[in-house]
Ligand binder design. Structure first.
Ligand code: NGQ
Ligand code: ZN
Length: 456
């Protein structure tokens, strides 16, 4: 019997929990066989095994800012005042510091059950405003951190040319983000040399504020086919108003009027939608990239989940600014936001799946995998061997039937129930610790000390 095998007493497959499943994978980290089985001799066993979650939206450097912006200023605080603080933070950070912060973040994401991340990366230039000798310098450093921690990555270099609708010139504090279509295609080309099972490379027009539709079309024309495309959209009422003033269209409507949006696309946030826009997104098959903890933290608003799901809409979750590094918290907040605003219970369900935890985890897996453009999100042959083993010794899981596991995971308490994590056939978290935890933590501490010195 091969050593690249794990026997799960209960495994979460695409159609639900199965008892007695033997998982096997190859040297490249792809699952080769997932089948019903007795426990074979000499093969490691685990009680509860499930696919790792995709984190479909991350700005890794913002991890170092989480918890540091929760103090009221002299004027009313908003998304836009938070953004000023974030810009200040992004001014001096070096590629090495970005990598150290990203490694810490990704190790935390892995420990909490994310096995893939889509990195929406926009700090491209040096502090003096020039491109580095390698245009992809900062992106390559962040991709290094992903490889080092083991997390699977979709790197999305961000096209960022303007400060507002109508090609408004960038502000000085946005100088490190400045990128033309040519710059972005060059960055993508440099990253493509490292493309493989662990790294996919896509494209992210930052928003309709920062990229014109003309540019988006040009960038898409230069992008190799079938790559993921992500964009921030309709996150704040202020953005909807700016879009209406500029184009007499709401942001989503404006995008769909000018660009062909299909299943490759992930519309990040898409919080403020008309009924027509909800239908348009659902019909197009694009993924709604929901980031409930950041959307709550920044005071964005609440996504219209129920009508979106009723029309077959696809969604996934992301940690965005990293006020949380746990998929459990994103999914829980997604449902709680709906309950609080609707004053009802058990909203994220379907006619076939009445259990909220199961519906949320499985739906977010499907949408996250789609947005990542990588073969993940399911324990099935041909997919990556990315899986979580839950802590069967935790009181929450004692003697629990598999049918109750996901509801317990998503809705009961704050202990992390993830014990071991495998990505691409490699154990990267063992007994709740990342295998390189001490080195990652030491480098992160050092980086925070450097950044604090800069601030004082
Ligand atoms: C970002 N963050 O790019 O980091 C944005 C803020 C903007 C979120 N949208 C900047 N959560 O949208 O202009
Ligand atoms: Zn974002």
């Amino acid at each position: 019997m091969t050593s690249k095998a794990l026997f799960a007493h209960s495994a979460l497959l695409a159609d639900g929990w199965h008892e007695g499943v033997l998982l096997q994978w190859d040297d490249a980290g792809n699952l080769t066989s997932v089948q019903a089985s007795e426990a074979p001799q000499g093969v490691p066993q685990a009680r509860f095994v499930m696919p790792g979650m995709v984190n479909l939206h991350s700005h890794a450097f913002q991890r170092a800012l989480s918890g540091m912006t929760e103090q009221a200023g002299d004027s009313p605080d908003s998304f836009w005042t938070w953004r000023d603080l974030m810009y200040r933070f992004a001014r001096r950070i070096t590629p090495e510091q970005m990598s150290a912060i990203a490694a810490q973040l990704y190790s935390e994401c892995l420990r909490h059950g994310y096995t893939s991340v889509c990195e929406f990366h926009y700090v491209h230039r040096a502090p003096d405003g020039n491109l580095y000798a390698r245009a992809a310098e900062t992106a390559l450093h962040v991709a290094d951190a992903a490889r080092y921690t083991g997390i699977g990555m979709t790197m999305l270099p961000v096209l960022y040319s303007y400060s507002g609708f109508g090609e408004a010139p960038l502000k000085p504090e946005q100088g490190r983000f400045r990128s033309s279509v040519d710059d972005i295609l060059r960055i993508i080309g440099e990253l493509d040399a490292q493309r493989g099972p662990q790294l996919e490379v896509g494209l992210a027009p930052h928003s309709l504020r920062a990229a014109s539709v003309q540019q988006i079309r040009e960038a898409l024309a230069g992008l190799p086919v079938q790559r993921p495309v992500h964009i921030h959209i309709a996150e704040q009422q202020g953005e909807v108003k700016q879009s209406l003033d500029f184009s007499a269209r709401r942001p989503v409507q404006y995008l769909y009027d000018h660009v062909e949006v299909d299943q490759r696309w992930c519309l990040v946030h898409a919080t403020h939608l008309s009924e027509d826009e909800i239908s348009a997104i659902a019909r197009s098959g694009a993924v709604a990239g929901l980031c409930p903890t950041t959307e709550a933290n920044l005071g964005d608003g609440i996504f219209p989940l129920e009508p979106f799901l009723a029309q077959g809409g696809v969604f996934g979750v992301g940690s965005d600014s990293h006020v949380s590094q746990s998929p459990v918290e994103e999914l829980r907040w997604l449902e709680y936001g709906q309950r609080l605003s609707q004053q009802r219970r058990n909203i994220a369900v379907s006619p076939k799946q009445r259990k909220v935890g199961d519906f949320l985890w499985q739906a977010a897996l499907r949408g996250g995998a789609q947005a990542s453009g990588r073969p993940v999100g399911e324990l099935a042959p041909g997919k990556r061997a990315d899986l979580l083993v839950l802590d069967e010794q935790h009181p929450n899981l004692h003697g629990l039937a598999p049918a109750d596991v996901l509801s317990t995971l998503v809705f009961s308490g704050n202990d992390n129930l993830v014990r071991d994590v495998m990505v691409g056939g490699r154990w990267v978290v063992r007994d709740r610790e990342h295998v390189a935890q001490p080195a990652i933590a030491a480098r992160f501490r050092q980086t925070l000390a450097e950044l604090r010195e800069l601030r004082s």
